[in-house]
Design a protein around this ligand. Structure first.
Ligand code: ADP
Ligand code: MG
Length: 914
């Protein structure tokens, strides 16, 4: 039943018929499925490839219909007087979210909106109903749009603009949105930047820099994102500076409009707020301490940033401008003033009707708002109306616009990207920390090892000393004791001897027997006593000896223990060494992975630049391998590519440093090598880099790659780079002395791919143009290599071969004229003539032109005439002198034919009329 009210009476309506709930926050599906804003095909989601640095997860998006609120302005002083006798032309039913537009006293049409804001609605309420959900979305990482549409004087600017400096309650949507944004971000990790612009007569002016009065719109061909690279971007850190910025913008807007002799109601004001937030808690590396890092790189994910944009648009007044030019404008100007607004109306109609074609490119406003209607942004529109019955027509058309906009369905998408740069930065920092920590540990280990070694040595030598001392002492003591014992025994023995002698005398005389007997008894007793004494002494000494031996044994055990502990100290040292080696190994692996990441990053940004340029030039969809921009030896495309390329190359140098890039040419990982050689080739295509590359050894590395790599891509890209470097005379000599001809010939002989052959032929062709290198080049098989490449038959390759031959012939001719060369042309010696003759009328003009020149050069020297005649070259020369489209070549051929006696004679013989 609600439908009956929504669009006036039920049978009359052709306007919005919706059968959906209408709360502002609802995302439910609408009945009418609108086409997306861009004219062609369904919009792609932000690409999932790493190449575009978008987050790998592909967000399917959330349906989000454009929300529309209607706001009624109170009667102003003039209306109070002028319309005093009439009622308002509208009646609001805010609880039912309906609006009645009176046709006359007895008939009215009813419309339903997402929000109906009466003349009493406070600014705060309006903000909360219209803009707050959008601002919250932006903080969550979705693009958002808030736009005011309506007749001049109905309150668009009042809704969006007031700064509320005198009365905070009057603050408009812009100021309140920024307050919420600043409260929602953390300025340590996030950033908020602002641009403020005016669009008038299809010209975009920078309200933050009045001199910047014609800003162009850029579109990312991949994502379709629209941006204004020329607009001033100011970083906002607090509310005060934002308010000042709005004031500045307003002042510039006033001045600009005075200068253009127009009113601000004729122009659109556009505020763009870019919110970049880093997403926390999703990156395991944040918590990664330095220890335990062996698998760190594997688990590292780049931090994620959300880059959303809030666009607030205060549209020009929607009333029709009098096309008679009554405001001092010509008809053309009047059309142009209206263009953007009427284009917006057309786009919204198309979207609302689900039509296949949406004329988004018809105006700058619709291009700028491409994402806001039918795109990925959350969009909220406030239409402003006045109460006066005199403006019923304009009010009706405003309501109609709002009703149609309600049918537009957007597909909200999260704007997330991987932040590779900050990952690389963080990895660098971690690497440095690891290196420092590693160095500290290594030094500490070394000190500890030294200390243990010294201590052990000291203890060993002290023990040895003690042992030796103790041994010596014991030895001396035993010696002394032994000597003393011997001495005592000797003395006793002597005494005994003497006693025994006197006994014998006494026995013989057999005198005084009893006396003798008692004497003998006494002496026997003393001998026995002494013997016991000696035995005791011996026993004691034996014990002492035992004790000493035990002592010695103890000392020996101690020494053995020391030796053991020294050995265990050595195993400890060994273990520490192994740990150190492990650390170093891990560090190397980390560095390699960083290098890989960096090279991928470089390649990604290169390819992105490349693709962007290509798409800018209209070569849609083709993603080159970066190669096609490399050469064309005589057509330095990079000169045309303009500042973008130069800037990105300069950036490359800054970021990575040439040495590092060159070192990657020797990387073990083939992918890294390919990336690196592509980067070097891109650099080499820029003349200003060539000297630096050669100085840093790049040419040598590239030549080595030709010899060492088996990868066709590397061959192709390296040969392209060498071809570019070979444009310079000094480099040509370097290439020759480093065996370049041999390497290029081998590459040519093994290559199948025409593009590789084109690069190699281009390089040799450049070398052919050096007067000093003629003999060496031919001696090392350069001409043979060139001729060998014609087997491939590709016109690009043939053109390079022909150029080489022409270069060679020119130098040779010069040398012959100067008398430094005699004898037949080396080209003829090497069998080039048949191919030259065969292709001298080739339909591809670059091939033909070079060959014609080569023939003229050869023909100038009489020594070549015989071979040329027998090889059929005379006919070609005659043809060239008659038909060649280039006058200088025609004249040269003619002159040569008339001045050569041999050719003259042959022509007479053949009766060629010349
Ligand atoms: P617009 O930008 O649509 O041309 P303005 O915002 O300049 O209109 O409003 C015209 C006049 O009406 C201004 O003086 C403004 O202060 C006043 N006005 C508009 N809307 C309201 C409102 N809701 N309450 C009070 N005054 C309003
Ligand atoms: Mg206004």
């Amino acid at each position: 039943m609600a439908n009956n009210y929504r669009n006036g009476t039920s049978n009359r309506s052709s306007l919005a018929k919706t059968d959906r709930p209408l709360s502002v926050n609802s995302n439910s599906k609408p009945a009418v499925k609108s086409k997306s804003f861009p004219a062609s095909g369904p919009r792609k989601s932000s690409p999932a490839s790493l190449g575009s640095a978008a987050v790998a997860k592909d967000y399917a998006g959330v349906p989000g219909r454009v929300r529309v609120a209607v706001r009624l302005r109170t009667r102003n002083a003039e209306e109070m007087v002028a319309d005093a006798d009439f009622g308002d032309c509208v009646e609001l039913l805010p609880e039912l979210k309906r609006l009645k537009l009176r046709k006359n006293n007895w008939d009215a049409e009813t419309y339903e909106f997402d929000e109906v804001l009466t003349e009493f609605a406070s600014q705060k309420r309006v903000y909360q109903a219209v803009a707050k959900p959008v601002v919250e979305s932006v903080l969550d990482g979705y693009n958002g749009t808030v736009m005011a549409y309506g007749q001049t004087g109905t309150g668009k600017t009042y809704t969006l603009g007031p700064l509320g400096e005198e009365d905070p309650a009057t603050r408009g949507i812009m100021v309140r949105a920024m307050e919420d944004i600043l409260a929602g971000v953390s300025l340590d990790t996030d950033s908020v930047t602002v641009s403020y612009l005016q669009l008038y007569m299809e010209t975009i002016q920078d309200l933050l820099d009045p001199t910047n009065d014609n800003i162009s719109i850029a579109e990312d061909p991949k994502t379709g994102d629209v941006s204004l690279p020329g607009a001033t971007l100011v970083e906002i850190r607090d509310q005060h500076s934002f308010v000042e910025l709005l004031k500045l913008g307003e002042a510039h807007r006033f001045a600009a409009n005075t200068k253009l002799n127009t009113e601000s109601s004729r122009s659109h004001a556009i505020l763009m707020v870019h919110v970049k937030r880093s997403v926390e808690g999703r990156d395991v590396a944040h918590s990664g301490e330095i220890g335990n890092n062996s698998h760190m790189v594997k688990t590292l994910k780049p931090p994620i940033v959300r880059k959303a944009k809030l666009v607030v648009v205060d549209l020009a007044g929607s009333e029709r401008i009098d096309k008679s030019g009554s405001e001092g404008h010509t008809l053309e100007e009047a059309k142009s003033i209206n263009l953007s607004l009427s284009a917006l109306g057309k786009c919204i109609n198309s979207l609302a009707e689900g039509s296949a074609y949406v004329p988004v490119r018809d105006s700058k406003l619709t291009r700028l708002l491409r994402d806001s209607f039918g795109g990925t942004a959350r969009t909220s529109l406030v239409i402003t109306i006045g109460p006066s019955p005199r403006h019923r027509g304009e009010t009706a058309s405003t309501i109609l616009f709002g009703q149609r906009a309600m049918k537009v369905e957007n597909m909200l998408k999260l704007k997330e990207e991987f932040d590779y740069k900050s990952l690389a930065r963080r990895l660098d920092i971690q690497l440095d920390k690891l290196i420092a920590e590693h160095e500290r540990q290594q030094k500490a280990f070394e000190n500890e090892i030294e200390r243990i070694t010294i201590e052990a040595q000291n203890q060993i030598s002290e023990t040895e000393r003690n042992y030796a001392d103790a041994l010596e002492k014991e030895r001396l003591k035993y010696q002394k004791d032994y000597m003393e014992s011997i001495k005592k025994l000797e003395e006793r023995w002597k005494i005994n001897q003497q006693k025994q002698g006197s006994d014998r005398i006494m026995v013989r005389s057999e005198d005084d027997c009893s006396d003798v007997a008692s004497n003998a008894k006494g002496s026997m007793a003393s001998i026995v006593g002494e013997l016991t004494e000696v035995k005791k002494l011996l026993l004691k000494e034996t014990q002492l000896r035992k004790a000493a031996e035990e002592e010695v044994n103890n000392l020996k055990i101690q020494v053995a223990q020391w030796k053991r502990s020294e050995a265990s100290g050595n195993t400890e040292i060994f273990k520490l060494r192994q740990m150190l080696e492990d650390e170093a190994h891990q560090k190397k692996k980390l560095e390699e992975e960083i290098a890989l990441l960096q090279s991928q990053l470089l390649q990604i940004s290169f390819e992105a630049d490349e693709t962007r340029r290509r798409l800018d030039r209209g070569e849609s969809g083709k993603i080159p391998g970066g190669l096609d921009s490399l050469t064309q030896v005589r057509q330095p495309q990079l000169k045309d590519a303009g500042n973008g390329e130069k800037a990105s190359i300069a950036k490359l140098f800054e970021q990575v440093g040439l040495q590092k890039i060159l070192s990657l040419l020797e990387a073990e990982d083939a992918d890294v090598q390919i990336h690196a050689v592509k980067v070097v080739a891109n650099l080499a295509a820029e003349e200003s880099n060539q000297e630096k590359i050669v100085e840093a050894g790049g040419l040598t590395s590239l030549l080595m790659l030709l010899g060492s790599s088996e990868d066709e891509t590397i061959h192709r890209v390296a040969a392209g780079a060498i071809a570019n470097l070979a444009m310079n005379e000094t480099n040509q000599e370097l290439i020759m002395t480093q065996g370049g001809i041999g390497l290029l010939s081998t590459t040519a002989a093994n290559a199948e791919d025409p593009q590789t052959l084109r690069m190699v032929a281009g390089a040799i062709a450049n070398l052919c143009g050096n007067d000093k290198l003629q003999l060496k080049l031919r001696g090392e098989g350069g001409i043979k290599a060139l001729l060998g490449m014609v087997r491939c038959g590709h016109p690009d390759v043939l053109a390079q071969v022909a150029r080489g031959i022409a270069n060679f012939a020119k130098c040779e001719s010069r040398a012959s004229t100067q008398g430094t060369k005699t004898g037949r042309s080396l080209l003829i010696d090497d069998g080039a003539l048949p191919w030259i003759v065969q292709n001298s009328n080739n339909e591809a003009s670059p091939i033909r032109r070079h060959i014609e020149l080569a023939l003229c050069h050869l023909a100038q020297h009489e020594v070549n005439a015989k071979d040329m005649i027998s090889g059929g070259a005379l006919w070609e020369l005659v043809r060239i002198s008659r038909d060649c489209s280039r006058e200088d070549i025609r004249t040269l051929a003619h002159r040569t034919l008339t001045s050569s006696p041999a050719f003259q004679a042959e022509m007479r013989r053949l009766r060629i009329d010349y």
